[in-house]
Design a protein around this ligand. Structure first.
Ligand code: DAH
Length: 344
């Protein structure tokens, strides 16, 4: 046999073996193909090997080399077909679908889980703490009218807080004659009015949510931020109740050794009014405002100031969260940078 004829025979044998192994649909078919091509006694490869003795002496080395290559290729094709069928029986995907074979001994891929945003965590915790003190959660709209954002809160027309440049008034507002101009609420104190309008005393609520002011963003300001508002109305409520409530609140959230202090201040909807500071590592940080609900506010919602009194407070959620976690720039809360968020 000539060398060329021998090589041609081996090539067609290799192609036939490859085709038979690839098309084997199950292990029985593959075993039949294996016996046919590489069977030790009468396999076609064995037959072809006999041809090796018939090529000329000078062509022997080349023929032997070719035979070894073809033998290796056929064995590799058989091994690949065996893996394909094993993977196919373990999973519907795997090699049959073109992916790597399924290896049940490999550990699984753990999906990456997220968690609640630090501000949401803070809000949930504050609700929890105040819930234990008997405060239920009330909600109010983020788009408000001037009555709820200002008037019923005893904020007169000329007050600087009502300056259009200090608020996000909505353009559509001019057309809604019934309610007057509308704006994005600048404080959660609006919810005090909405709750008192809708129920008689006693009242014991907190409200947490977004408020909006056209402030330039810096380390302590953002045009949108969150407040926690508290309101308690009942008979014989005093400033001592306010202070002990806020002290318990601060100690529950920050830890047992936090102190609070009141500084005299002014808010139109409370009289007297105070700024609330909390102590942290020997530093006093302003957390918000508070006071005894002004009789004008009680009158505005139809309550009788001679019968009931109450206290109110409003604190910044970003502020308490930032203080607790030592975040120095509140803009971090809104960047959605996972490297920052995953630390909480
Ligand atoms: N609404 C005030 C603000 O945004 C905070 C505040 C002060 C709320 C005193 C109160 C309060 O309920 O009594 O600056």
């Amino acid at each position: 046999m000539s060398l060329d004829a021998f090589i041609a025979e081996l090539d067609s044998l290799s192609a036939a073996a490859q085709k038979a192994f690839d098309s084997a649909a199950d292990s029985a078919a593959l075993e039949a193909a294996r016996v046919e091509f590489v069977g030790a006694k009468s396999g076609k490869l064995k037959d072809a090997q006999k041809g090796l003795g018939t090529v000329g002496k000078d062509d022997k080395p080349a023929a032997g080399k070719k035979f070894n290559e073809i033998k290796t290729a056929i064995e590799a094709a058989l091994a690949a077909a065996q893996i394909r069928l094993a993977a196919g029986s373990a999973t519907a995907g795997g090699a049959a679908a073109g992916g790597p074979p399924f290896d049940p001994s490999q550990p699984g891929v753990r999906p990456r889980l997220g968690h609640l945003h630090p501000l949401t965590q803070t809000i949930e915790e504050l609700k929890d703490i105040m819930g234990r003190l008997g405060f239920t959660v009330a909600h109010g709209p983020e788009i408000e009218d001037e009555r709820h954002n200002f008037e019923a809160l005893n904020i007169p027309k000329a007050h600087p807080a009502r300056d259009p440049l200090e608020n996000f008034y909505l353009a559509v507002a001019e057309k809604s004659a019934a309610s007057g101009p509308l704006l994005l609420r600048s404080q959660t104190s609006t919810v005090q009015i909405r709750v008192m309008e809708s129920q008689p005393p006693p009242v014991r609520i907190i409200s947490l949510g977004r408020v909006y002011r056209p402030d330039a963003a810096d380390a302590t300001h953002y045009p949108m931020f969150h407040q926690i508002e508290g309101l308690l109305i009942d008979r014989h409520v005093t400033m001592a109740d306010l202070k002990s409530t806020l002290r318990m609140f601060a100690r529950s959230y920050f830890g047992g050794d936090v102190h609070i202090r009141f500084r005299p201040s002014f808010f139109p909807f409370t009289e007297p009014s105070v700024e609330v500071d909390m102590q942290w590592n020997d530093r006093w940080i302003e957390m918000g405002g508070a006071g005894m609900v002004d009789p004008n506010v009680l009158r505005a919602v139809g309550y009788e100031p001679e019968e009931v009194t109450g206290f109110a407070f409003g604190l910044g959620v970003e502020r308490v969260c930032a203080r607790r976690h030592q975040v120095t720039d509140i803009r971090e809360f809104y960047k959605n940078d996972v490297r920052f968020l995953e630390q909480f």
